[in-house]
Design a binder for this molecule. Structure first.
Ligand code: GLN
Length: 310
């Protein structure tokens, strides 16, 4: 780490990041299988930095709720590790970059139903299946976790969005049926996918996501105590770095140099270990399903601050 949090001053820096990266014209895409995401204005842009010392810096649309989508996968992995322990989780999902799209079916059949990592859809379905062992309503358990870590009642499940995604979930159902056929799903394929899309449909602001992810920057210590051990928190960061952006993980590591996780709602959360958690949100996506303006802003922020794990 080459720079401390107080140099350069964060408030004007974040304001400048918003001025520079807020989209001026419509470019990029929105996912076709989640109709609710198409309605979000293209020029939304928010950023929040939550520091390990408890400060929060925000700019732009940092207090506008957005659909966290696959950012949820970081938190469900943490919950599964917390509840079931690493041996149980890692016997059913690997920790290798996939190099394929987040919802690809190809690898899963070739590799006999063991997903490459917990941050692609197949892996997240297995993690959801783990959580459902304890409670059938794993999405509500995730919501409680996020509400506690974010420190307020803000996060909520957009049930209407979840229902429309569910009716467009043939691909996720196909993944779940593959997993079931290979003996890597305990619950029914339908119930796991239903829970999974409700997790993805959680609405949070940049400020809330940054605060909720802070335990990963703080060696596993969350809002009210230990979430995970220091080494488990480090390992989640490692998986974010290698797998958090799907088939753009290498490019993101090159540009930003920080562990990150994106969602097709346009949010990206990144961790600066020992310093802060950052969430940026802008809804239009690149061809790999990652926020166009968000990725550019994080590359710029890490260049200007020196925040990087390298
Ligand atoms: N709910 C989305 C899906 O399953 C999440 C994908 C994502 O954010 N990359 O397709």
């Amino acid at each position: 780490m080459t720079t401390t949090l107080d140099a350069p001053p964060l408030d004007p820096l974040l304001d400048d990041i918003v001025r520079t990266h807020r989209p001026q014209r419509e470019s990029g895409t929105v996912p076709t299988h989640i109709p609710s995401l198409a309605a979000v204005p293209f020029n939304r842009f928010g950023i929040a930095v939550a520091t390990v010392s408890g400060e929060v810096f925000t700019s732009g649309d940092a207090y506008v709720p957005f659909s966290i989508q696959s950012i949820s996968k970081v938190f469900t992995l943490a919950m599964a590790l917390q509840r079931e322990g690493p041996v149980s989780v890692w016997s059913r999902v690997l920790r290798e970059p996939s190099g394929t799209a987040f919802n690809s079916l190809v690898q899963l059949e070739v590799e006999h139903g063991i997903p490459r990592n917990p941050f692609i859809n197949a892996g997240a379905l297995v993690v959801t299946d783990h959580l459902m062992k304890e409670t059938q309503d794993a999405a509500s358990a995730l919501l409680r976790f996020l509400t506690e870590e974010a420190g307020g009642p803000g996060p909520f499940i957009d049930e209407a969005a979840a229902l429309t995604e569910l009716s467009n979930s043939s691909r996720n159902l196909a993944l779940a049926h593959f997993l079931k056929d290979f003996g890597n799903l305990r619950q029914s394929a339908e119930s796991v996918v239903e829970n999974y899309v409700r997790q993805c449909s959680i609405m949070m602001t940049c400020e809330e996501v940054a605060k909720a992810a802070l335990f990963l920057a703080r060696g596993g210590i969350g809002a009210s105590g230990t979430v995970l051990s220091r080494s488990e928190a480090k390992r989640i960061g490692s998986i974010m770095l290698t797998c958090g952006m799907y088939d753009a993980a290498g490019e993101f590591a090159y540009r930003v140099g920080l562990p990150g996780k994106s969602g097709v709602g346009g949010g990206i959360v990144v961790i600066v270990p020992g310093h802060c958690a950052i969430c940026v949100w802008s809804p239009r996506l690149d061809a790999k399903g990652n926020s166009l303006a968000g990725s550019a802003a994080l590359a710029d922020l890490s260049d200007r601050t020196g925040w990087s794990v390298f």
